[in-house]
Design a protein around this ligand. Structure first.
Ligand code: SF4
Length: 395
């Protein structure tokens, strides 16, 4: 597959001109934000953008309607959220959010920093497309199903499977070699891609995974693992292995108000952005966790794993996207508030279509899109609710 357009993924230094104004995407390797960084993002959202922090499906964050790109750059750089002006868009690293705290075969969070540093240290890797995704899965299988270009998946306390083009390559690596091999694979992907700016992902290169393996000089030996694209999202009270408490918090349509983010920062504990557009607060004493739920649940964070909000995602829609037929996020929110998002499993909608928004009632996981491109659609079993110029179609 070759596209005609070069990759135009947004960053902080290259904003996307959305229909409602400039959009900045900020990479958060491993999803980890320190409290001061959460506070910086909250203040930037309030002072320089539309007042919300959007969570992305890669565990990054973005700000809409940016009014002063220079001021935003200065604030993010001062907070350590823009450590490179050359590599910012290639730092797409997702790690199992609960790793090292609850379960898993190995703690992958200590690999995030060396991988990020290795990317930043190689001038050539600034040429990776902004769509390239790296994953570090601690063996629970929560992020390996996200289709990484290059990733590792723990198969033991000291051994990882190498993932290429979204699949287990059959190669097994010692933990000590994992980051070096991932970086070497990134170099080989870049070499295979050559000058073809239309290939953004490893799976778009014919036999890309096999050719990377050849170039690495390694031989697959293990039976290949399969990964579930729809893991359960950590929501609610999470007992950490060290006796402290984590809290998984759903965020309505992935849109976090700046005010809520300021309260999160005030908890003074690390916050992880997950690729399911939710958050995990970590390392809380029990009484602090109780206070957090008491304060933040009324502000809209979701600590109930049965909440219908957790079944729904939506693209930007109007007014953010000029291609959108309607304000899909408002329609999706109204469907939740009106009780028309039903518990799963998915059930075929057996009525004439297209439908007016107020008649859409869908069970199970569903993604609302303003047009047929279906941006941001989660992987796995999802019912599509797609806007047309005559109403919604449920696919
Ligand atoms: S799915 Fe269509 S309307 Fe929604 S963000 Fe993508 S292009 Fe825009």
């Amino acid at each position: 597959m070759t596209r005609r357009a070069p990759d135009s993924c947004p960053g902080v230094l290259r904003l996307h001109e959305a229909a409602d104004g400039p959009l900045a995407r900020i990479r958060v390797p491993g999803g980890r934000l320190e409290p001061a960084q959460v506070q910086t993002l909250a203040e930037a959202a309030r002072d320089l953008a539309d007042g919300t922090i959007e969570l992305t499906s890669r565990g990054n964050v973005q700000l809409r309607r940016v009014s002063d790109a220079g001021a935003l750059t200065d604030r993010l750089a001062a907070a350590g959220l823009l450590p490179s002006t050359t590599h910012e868009r290639v730092r797409n690293i997702i790690a199992s959010p609960l790793s090292g705290r609850i379960g898993g075969l190995a703690d992958v969070h200590p690999l995030v920093s060396p991988l990020d540093s290795g990317l930043l240290a190689a001038p050539r890797l600034a040429g990776l497309p902004g769509r390239v995704l790296f994953t570090l899965d601690d063996g629970r299988g929560d992020v390996s199903g996200l289709g990484p270009d290059i990733g590792v998946h723990a198969v033991g306390g000291d051994e990882f499977a190498l993932l290429l083009a979204g699949r287990d390559s059959g190669l097994r690596l010692a933990a000590a070699d994992a980051v070096d091999v991932v970086l070497a694979a990134a170099h080989e992907f870049l070499a295979l891609r050559g000058d073809d700016a239309g290939r953004w992902r490893l799976h778009e290169i014919p036999d890309g995974a096999e050719r990377v393996i050849d170039r690495l000089g390694l031989s697959p030996s293990a039976e290949r693992l399969e990964f579930d694209p729809t893991p359960s999202i950590p929501i609610g009270w999470l007992e950490q292995d060290n006796g402290l408490v984590g809290l998984g918090a759903g965020v309505r349509l992935g849109s976090l108000p700046a005010r809520t983010a300021e309260f999160l920062a005030a908890v003074e504990r690390p916050v992880f952005v997950t690729p399911w557009r939710s958050l995990v607060l970590t390392d809380l004493a029990e009484w602090v966790a109780e206070q957090v739920v008491r304060v933040l649940a009324p502000m809209g964070l979701i600590f109930d794993a049965d909440s219908p909000w957790l079944l729904v995602s939506a693209c930007a829609g109007q007014p953010g996207c000029a291609k959108s037929h309607t304000d899909v996020r408002a329609d999706a929110a109204d469907a939740v508030d009106s009780g028309r998002v039903l518990p799963g499993p998915a059930d075929p909608v057996d009525v004439p279509q297209p439908l007016p928004a107020t008649d859409v009632a869908v069970a199970g996981r569903q993604h609302w899109s303003g047009c047929d491109r279906r941006c941001g659609r989660p992987r796995g079993e999802v019912t599509d609710v797609v806007a047309t110029d005559e109403g919604y179609r449920v696919d």
